[in-house]
Design a protein around this ligand. Structure first.
Ligand SMILES: [Zn+2]
Length: 245
């Protein structure tokens, strides 16, 4: 008889468990793909927002630099007027006052010119940063669409595979003893995804390494009753039993 209902209960549970592990694996793959895509999309959006922030900052800084340049221009006009004034003075005293003012304005111009250079430097630095960011954005933005297509293709494949595995899993589950299935589901819904573990050659649980009694070992090997590990609660099966479907 090859009917699986004739298989030992543990063997059926092991098959169920193998499918459940594969299903969990595929579900994690799906989630990882979606998370990866989301991270990429958010990364592009973040770069775009940063570019917009820099653009408005640049507008402000350029206007600031232009204002500083205008200040220099009007100071230069002022200096021109003073120059002709110096040429027109009549007395030594007037001459002294005019040249003093002339020198002061010249000093102010130098200071303002330094400020203009500083402001232009800030603009240039930010333009450099913007260019690097734009390059980064272009690369990231170009990657998102193909990545989305790739993820979508993989999603379709993974979901197809998942549907098949879930179907096969349900076929096993439906023939299992209800009480045993409930026990299995309860163990699996806990903290750990593992519901079954082999009893090792040393007579310990393959999941948490808690020892079992000789009597339990006999029961496990006899396949007649379900024995749970007293350490971690998983159902134990003989180490030589293979669960792969
Ligand atoms: Zn254990």
């Amino acid at each position: 008889m090859s009917d699986s209902s004739q298989e030992p209960l543990l063997q059926q549970l092991l098959k169920l468990h193998a499918f459940d592990q594969e299903i969990s694996f595929l579900e994690r793959e799906l989630k990882r793909d979606q998370d990866g895509l989301l991270t990429a999309v958010e990364g592009v959006a973040g770069l775009k927002a940063e570019l917009e922030r820099i653009d408005s900052e640049l507008l402000r800084l350029r206007a600031d630099a232009r204002t500083a340049e205008h200040n220099v221009d009007s100071k230069r006009d002022h200096l021109d007027r003073l120059r002709s004034k110096v040429n027109q003075v009549k007395t030594e005293k007037q001459y002294g006052a005019a040249t003093l003012e002339f020198d002061l304005v010249k000093q102010e111009i130098r200071k303002l010119e330094d400020q203009v250079l500083e402001k232009l430097q800030v603009v240039e630095d930010l333009e450099g940063r913007r260019k690097a960011l734009q390059d980064e954005f272009d690369v990231a933005d170009a990657e998102v669409a193909p990545m989305g297509e790739e993820v979508e293709k993989r999603r379709a494949n993974l979901e197809h595979e998942l549907a098949i595995k879930r179907d096969r899993r349900d076929n096993i589950a439906i023939r299992l003893d209800e009480g045993v299935l409930a026990l299995y589901d309860r163990i699996r819904s806990g903290r750990q995804e593992v519901a079954l573990a082999p009893l090792t050659g040393e007579g310990v649980c393959g999941n948490c390494f808690t020892s079992v009694t000789i009597q339990q070992e006999m029961q496990i090997k006899g396949l007649a009753v379900i024995v749970c590990c007293e350490g971690c609660g998983v159902i134990l099966y003989p180490g030589e039993m293979k669960g792969a479907p």
